[in-house]
Design a protein around this ligand. Structure first.
Ligand SMILES: Nc1ncnc2c1ncn2[C@@H]1O[C@H](COP(=O)(O)OP(=O)(O)OP(=O)(O)O)[C@@H](O)[C@H]1O
Ligand SMILES: [Mg+2]
Length: 230
């Protein structure tokens, strides 16, 4: 479904990705693991169009994404939940979630919002409250729901568990399982490899801007949990 071939990304003089290639099949949940600075976010940002690789190719179902702007890629069905659970702090919880679906017909927005409130009763309970007033775990739910509100075909989650208490990790994990059941394809990055490995089917271990290993979850879990990559 998504094919990344030999992409290179640098920020000024700093090389962030070197000849990185990954493949994601429809319905898969693929994990990117690696320590700080490994290049996980850069790879995700290159896919959504937030950074421009200077070499390599990115295709979604055979379609070259490189010339498309981020909003055009979003319309093709690429959803994104950024690291650091970014929410619009002064906007209500409801408006935060609906902002993910702007451009969609009102009916679709209503349906998506209703479904998300069923999975996350918190959204309904805190609907009118400014999102900045919520706890970290609650904000992560809002960021996640915003990405899901557009009903993406492929969802990119950048460190959805970062800094969260176990209870929130469990809730986010349940939500990810629910969207897996709905057939959504997922690419998630995570330093907290343990809970992420329970959700993934396959993964890539990154270090220093390169993919060092790839394989099914059994193959990469020992590596993903080893000191070298954490
Ligand atoms: N905006 C930027 N300007 C300059 N260098 C950057 C920028 N963003 C990332 N980098 C550098 O690119 C490299 C890869 O960073 P990236 O954020 O992709 O890693 P990461 O695996 O997501 O790390 P983390 O686990 O800390 O989120 C690092 O060396 C980082 O310092
Ligand atoms: Mg990152």
């Amino acid at each position: 479904m998504l094919t990344v071939r030999n992409i290179e990304v640098s920020y000024g003089g700093v090389t962030a990705l070197r000849r990185v290639s990954i493949d994601i099949g429809r319905g898969e949940t693929v994990l990117l693991v690696g320590a700080n600075g490994a290049g996980k976010s850069s790879l995700i940002k290159a896919i959504i169009g937030a950074v421009a690789p200077f070499a390599g190719s990115i295709e979604l179902e055979g379609r070259d994404l490189r010339r498309l702007r981020a909003d055009q890629r979003a319309r093709l069905g690429i959803g994104y939940s950024p690291e650091g659970r970014r929410v619009f702090a002064t906007m209500s919880v409801r408006d935060n979630v609906l902002s993910g679906a702007c451009g969609k017909p009102a009916r679709e927005q209503r349906d998506a919002y209703g479904w998300l409130c069923e999975i996350f009763p918190l959204l309904r309970e805190r609907e009118a409250q400014p999102a900045g007033q919520l706890s970290g775990g609650q904000q992560q739910i809002v960021a996640f729901a915003r990405a899901m509100c557009a009903a993406p075909q492929i969802l990119l989650l950048d460190e959805p568990f970062f800094g969260l208490a176990p209870i929130w990790i469990a809730r986010i994990s349940d939500a990810i399982r629910e969207i897996q059941r709905r057939g959504t394809t997922i690419l998630m990055s995570e330093q907290m490899a343990r809970p992420a490995l329970k959700l993934a089917t396959r993964g890539y271990v990154m270090r220093g801007g390169e993919v060092r290993h790839e394989g099914d979850v059994q193959t990469i879990s020992a590596l993903a949990l080893s000191d070298e990559y954490l």
